[in-house]
Design a protein around this ligand. Structure first.
Ligand code: PMV
Length: 344
């Protein structure tokens, strides 16, 4: 039995533009998805996902999710969750050259689904890592990130960048531009997250930006401008000493860039009333900057504030269902338990 956890993330800068090859800087946060994989002696996959939503479910199937039995959970939730887990299992089988391997899989997650905190990437990364380890074929980190990306790409019909999966695999802050993925050494930034309790439809939001970009040249320029913001932010980060807390000046400059990034994302139509309300509440509380994180349409914002003011203010902001300080997760995919794998 092998248990692996992997972190969610916030985008400091660059979501959506990263889909078109511009750079993005996501940062892993200490909210984790944990997947346990246990080998079976048949080729079935049994998935138990008690914490993925309020309606937990257990489902057992043979082969692909297409053959699964009917279960009593909302179809879109089941499709989304099962799609990612199925894709992770397929990647693990392929990587370990074990096409008929069966698993009992248990998923627990502290990361709200579809809220811009990279829940699906964390589940896929932890799932592939746990399943390949259970088969006695652990993957090098780069291969794990690559296979997790392929799984997401498949489930999201090609509407995925490498950003979420690379960040969740490696931990810390990373820079992703197309296929070029690197880790960054950065000071620990004072992230505060606000969550409206909802979720956006990543596929639809990405498709909406694509349409705008094709229709209006200024929308294409907006995507490029986001790339410029990311490059500026990235150079501020790499010039800073990662061993000491960030200076007020650095936090303030990064905050300005986050504010501009949010404005450009709004122009591309991916913000929402609740996200804008939380962004303004954070700014008015004294945050150095605030923006939506992830696909948008609903879900989470991320703000920079060294003080407790933003969290306090968000707690009383109508439409904000949860708020918390998000520590940077230095560790990416992490083995929690590894006993009795095929090699053991
Ligand atoms: O909301 P999330 O965590 O799925 O982030 C989506 C980020 C996008 O840039 C919009 C898409 C992608 O795959 O990079």
């Amino acid at each position: 039995m092998t248990t692996v956890s992997a972190p969610g993330k916030v985008y400091l800068f660059g979501e959506h533009a990263v889909v078109y090859g511009e750079p993005a800087v996501p940062c892993a946060i200490e909210k984790r998805a944990t997947v346990t994989a246990e080998l079976r002696d048949d080729n079935h996959v049994r998935v138990e996902a008690a914490d993925l939503s309020l309606n937990g479910f257990v489902v057992e199937y043979a082969g692909s999710t297409a053959n699964r039995p009917d279960v009593d959970v909302p179809q879109p939730l089941l499709d989304a969750a099962m799609g990612y887990i199925d894709a992770a299992v397929q990647q693990a089988r392929e990587a370990a050259d074990a096409p008929d391997a069966g698993f009992d899989i248990t998923v627990e997650s502290e990361i709200p689904l579809g809220a811009g905190l990279g829940s699906s990437a964390a589940v896929v990364v932890a799932g592939i890592d746990a399943a390949t380890r259970a088969l006695g074929e652990p993957l090098a980190r780069r291969e794990l990130a690559d296979r997790a990306y392929k799984a997401e790409y498949e489930v999201q019909d090609g509407q995925a960048s490498r950003a979420d999966t690379f960040c969740s695999t490696m931990g810390g802050a990373v820079r992703v531009a197309g296929d070029d993925c690197t880790t960054l050494s950065t000071p620990t930034l004072p992230f505060v997250v606000g969550f409206d309790g909802g979720a956006g439809d990543t596929g639809k939001l990405v498709a909406g930006v694509r349409e705008l970009r094709e229709q209006y040249s200024f929308a294409a320029d907006t995507v490029e401008a986001i790339g410029d913001i990311v490059s500026m932010g990235e150079s501020l980060l790499v010039d800073a000493d990662p061993e000491v807390p960030p200076s007020d000046e650095l936090v303030s400059e990064l905050g300005d860039l986050m504010n501009i990034n949010h404005g450009l994302l709004s122009a591309l139509g991916v913000s929402s009333r609740s996200l804008d309300t939380m962004v303004w509440a954070a700014r008015e509380a004294g945050a150095e900057g605030a923006k939506l994180t992830g696909a948008g349409g609903g879900g989470c914002i991320v703000a920079l504030d060294q003080s407790d003011e933003t969290e306090t203010s968000l707690r009383y902001t109508p439409g904000c269902k949860d708020t918390f300080r998000a520590e940077l997760a230095d560790e990416g995919a992490r083995v929690e338990v590894d006993v009795g794998s095929e090699e053991a």
